[in-house]
Write a protein that binds this ligand. Structure first.
Ligand SMILES: Cc1cc2nc3c(=O)[nH]c(=O)nc-3n(C[C@H](O)[C@H](O)[C@H](O)COP(=O)(O)OP(=O)(O)OC[C@H]3O[C@@H](n4cnc5c(N)ncnc54)[C@H](O)[C@@H]3O)c2cc1C
Length: 416
């Protein structure tokens, strides 16, 4: 079924009896050409592009819970292409361009909203750094503008400009950045992949790999053995656990990141605002809730819930930036498991096991990467060659010294 305004009008007039299931609920087949492990944004996007762009068939996505139950449905929905390093920026710009055409591609309303991102500047040194980043963005075909304090005041008059510790001295603005409704991304990719013949199999946990003479043959799952020509792993926060079943140890640690949403308020924020002195970012959802977050919890964990010291830290950051936040009531909070890589950048690569491919290390920035990650992973699975925008995302980069140290904090996953 094609979704359209006409279809909505027709269904409204005929009692909404014509809507069909958005995707099937098939039983697993004995074998597939391509098995994607993980029904998050990246796994579902991979299946979509593998079928639609690369024309592949006999594809399954295996998800241990329900699709959208992982980080793709837990993030703060920010998408942007404002990276500094050449290994990263072309990839994220490619992703943003895919976001811009995503709803047409999927025939699904993902509420892509390019309402802009404002990175606030609090010191002269930070202005220099942001100017450099803005120039790098423009050189890679993205957009960037440097605003003065007065220009920021016009767009966001409610900020605390004269904070004694963190006065606001301007901002780097990326107008094409914004937000996308996160769970709609999972649903949209799932629906489209299903329409292209992909089997999306939920409640199917991968418990082991069958590897013979260095080649992948299939996977053991909670629903039995499934044979596979190629296997792509895209399990985000569970990367280390799943790849350990293939005998691999990854340069990744799992950490918790929390998010918060306030009660619904009248429209107040013009777009996404980030606090450059602490770590705090905020946007407003279409329902009116202020959606915000801060740092990871700072210790390794597989629990999808966080601790109170970080709640306090996030609240302090928010209050320093936007004192009116103290008047809003918090509606809910939650946590997700981040696959933090050592240099803060991801991996889309083959492994030493023939036919086994890995996608992970997205830290807390993988939502914006979803379309490009799916596209590049599908490209790698289909052609055995890295996609041109993802060539730097190699697993061996720590061995050969080609780290992509975007934040300049070295091998410190807790600082990325
Ligand atoms: C609070 C929070 C805020 C964030 N904010 C942003 C943001 O604003 N912008 C941004 O770009 N990024 C953000 N992120 C990061 C982003 O959400 C993740 O990097 C990205 O979603 C990870 O990829 P995914 O969607 O494929 O992951 P997931 O949705 O987690 O998908 C992985 C799936 O693998 C499944 N799985 C695990 N093990 C197995 C197994 N053995 N067998 C089968 N299936 C398995 C899991 O159940 C899960 O559904 C945030 C994350 C969190 C938690």
């Amino acid at each position: 079924m094609r979704y359209s305004a006409l279809r909505i009008a027709w269904e409204a007039l005929t009692g909404h009896k014509g809507w069909t299931q958005a995707w099937r609920d098939p039983d697993p087949q004995p074998a597939y050409d391509y098995v994607i492990i993980g029904g998050g944004g990246h796994g579902l996007a991979t299946a979509h592009y593998l079928a639609k762009v690369y024309g592949k068939a006999r594809i399954a996505v295996l998800e241990k819970g329900w699709i959208g139950g992982g980080n793709v449905g837990r993030n703060t929905t920010i998408v942007r292409s404002n990276y500094l390093l050449p290994g990263n920026e072309p990839f994220y710009e490619f992703s943003l361009k895919l976001w811009e055409g995503l709803e047409q591609d999927l025939n699904y309303n993902a509420m892509v909203s390019q309402r802009g991102i404002m990175n606030l500047i609090h010191s002269d040194a930070q202005r220099d750094a942001f100017r450099r980043r803005g120039n790098a963005m423009i050189l890679q075909g993205s957009d960037a503008e440097l605003l003065t304090t007065d220009q920021v005041r016009k767009e966001a008059p409610f900020l605390n400009f004269d904070n004694a510790r963190f006065p606001i001295k301007g901002a780097l603005v990326h107008r094409r950045g914004g937000t996308v409704r996160h769970d709609a991304v999972a649903w949209g990719y799932a629906r489209s992949a299903d329409q292209h013949g992909v089997d999306i199999i939920q409640n199917c946990e991968v418990t082991g790999f069958c590897i013979e003479e260095g080649r992948i043959k299939g996977v053991e799952t909670s629903r039995g053995y499934i044979g596979a020509g190629k296997v792509g792993v895209a399990v985000a926060g569970n990367s280390s656990r799943v790849m350990a079943k293939a005998g691999m140890r990854l340069p990744i640690e799992s950490h918790v990141l929390q998010a918060f949403v306030s009660e619904g308020l009248k429209p107040v924020l013009p777009g996404v605002i980030t606090f450059g002195a602490g770590h705090f970012y905020v946007s407003q959802s279409d329902k009116g809730g202020l959606v915000f977050g801060g740092d990871i919890d700072g210790y390794n964990s597989y629990a999808q819930r966080g601790n109170l010291p970080v709640v306090e830290d996030v609240a302090e950051g928010g209050m320093a930036l936007m004192p009116m936040l103290g008047r809003a009531r918090l509606l809910r909070m939650w946590g997700g498991i981040m696959d933090m890589s050592m240099d803060g950048s991801p991996f889309i690569d083959r492994t030493h096991i023939d036919g086994l491919f890995f996608n992970g290390g997205w830290c807390y920035g993988g939502f914006k990467a979803t379309p490009a990650s799916g596209y590049a992973f599908a490209h790698l699975l289909a052609t055995d060659q890295p996609h041109e925008t993802a060539q730097a995302y190699r697993l061996d980069r720590f061995l050969n010294g080609h780290m992509i140290d975007e934040k300049g904090v070295g091998a410190q996953p807790n600082l990325h």
